[in-house]
Design a protein around this ligand. Structure first.
Ligand code: AMP
Length: 356
């Protein structure tokens, strides 16, 4: 595809903070963004040029949206795929829907990565409650149950440490198909964040070390330390192989555990990712800027880290009340997402600190 000229309209499916930051990056390059999301606290709509509030399976609304856009992308990986297939003939959609399909199914995702030579945690599928004990036996205890679909930020997960935990675990994860996943003994978590252009060129950002608290990302830090740096090449090679196999266009994230046996793949995000927020100030081109460049067929920007040390801290729940204190720190850049309600566990902003 020839490069999409500035002034064109980029459609974004999903109305959260990732869409908001994509729209800001797009506006900087002279594009208009049209946000499409179901009713809710759609903070991306505050900064877009246009928006449609409709369900993801509203085919008439999706078609009108496709007609109004020159390219369509998504910021939310649980957008149902079949309705989207009805617009792929009307407008280019990047990343390809195959990437959404794979990322929406934890078992398919792990099998896809294994087929490319990646190491994952041992897992077994339980389609119904009666299959749960055998799945747990297959991987051993302790283990984690994860819903096959619609899990994020530690939601849809239950830890099993004893036989007595099994009763009730099916209900705790929402009475839906799950995988039982063996615990991985890891020393650190990190992510590979890459951008792949329409011509197949791939660029990587430095991998941050990610700290999760209660299943939610708390901080991303660079440099990530010697252990992660030793594994980064292997993890990058795997992430690049997955992105290429999907014929991917845009920013792609793969999360890994750093274990004594090397990188253990955890999951992919077929989109910009929370562990890449540091790139707004910490890299020559941000993940948002490069995602827009990739889907518009523009030259990709440099991904070099621009500081000695970078720390991204998520602001969760009422953490945003500290905004004045954060703004008085000369190392800090504050991002607030404009959410109407700061519920516990809800990401309401982030702060990135650069040290040179
Ligand atoms: P996930 O939604 O799969 O990314 O899981 C959220 C977080 O739970 C991860 O980032 C880890 O901190 C932890 N976790 C998930 N799966 C495992 C595992 N198999 N072994 C150990 N910790 C895990």
């Amino acid at each position: 595809m020839a490069a999409l000229p500035p002034g064109s309209t980029i459609g974004i499916l999903g109305g959260g903070q990732l869409g908001r930051m994509l729209a800001v990056a797009a506006a900087q390059l002279g594009y208009r963004c049209h946000i499409y999301a179901p009713a809710g606290d759609n903070v991306a709509c505050d900064v877009g040029a246009a928006y449609t509030v409709a369900e993801y399976d509203d085919l008439a609304a999706l078609k009108a949206f496709a007609d109004a856009c020159d390219v369509v992308t998504f910021e939310f990986e649980n957008v149902p795929v079949p309705p989207l297939e009805t617009i792929t003939g009307l407008v280019p959609v990047y990343p390809p829907l195959k990437a959404l399909e794979v990322a929406q199914d934890r078992a398919a995702e792990k099998n896809f990565v294994r087929a490319l030579g990646g190491k994952t945690a041992e897992f077994a599928v339980a389609q119904d409650e009666s299959a749960l004990p055998a799945a747990i036996d297959a991987v051993g205890m302790p283990c984690i149950l994860k819903t096959i679909r619609f899990g994020y930020d530690g939601k849809g997960q239950a830890r099993i440490t004893a036989r007595s935990d099994i009763a009730g675990a099916w209900e705790r994860t929402g009475s839906q198909p799950v995988i039982a996943e063996a615990m991985v003994a890891f020393d650190a978590e990190y992510s590979v964040i890459l951008v792949r252009g329409q011509d197949g060129e791939i660029r990587f950002w430095d991998s941050p070390r990610n700290l999760h608290v209660g299943g939610i990302l708390a901080t991303s830090t660079l440099p990530a330390g010697a252990l992660v740096e030793r594994q980064q090449q292997d993890a990058r090679a795997l992430a690049a192989a997955v992105a290429s196999a999907l014929d991917y266009v845009g920013v792609f994230t793969a999360e890994f555990f750093a274990s004594a046996q090397g990188p253990v793949f955890n999951e992919i995000a077929p989109r910009v990712h929370n562990s890449g927020h540091w790139t707004i100030e910490g890299a020559a081109t941000s993940q948002f800027g490069n995602h827009i460049r990739a889907i518009c067929g523009l030259p990709l920007g440099a991904t070099d880290t621009v500081a000695e040390r970078v720390e991204m801290e998520n602001l969760i729940g009422d953490d945003g009340d500290r905004f004045e204190q954060i703004l008085s720190d000369p190392a800090a850049s504050l991002h607030l997402y404009g959410k109407a309600e700061a519920r516990p566990g809800r990401k309401i902003g982030h702060v990135t600190r650069l040290y040179r």
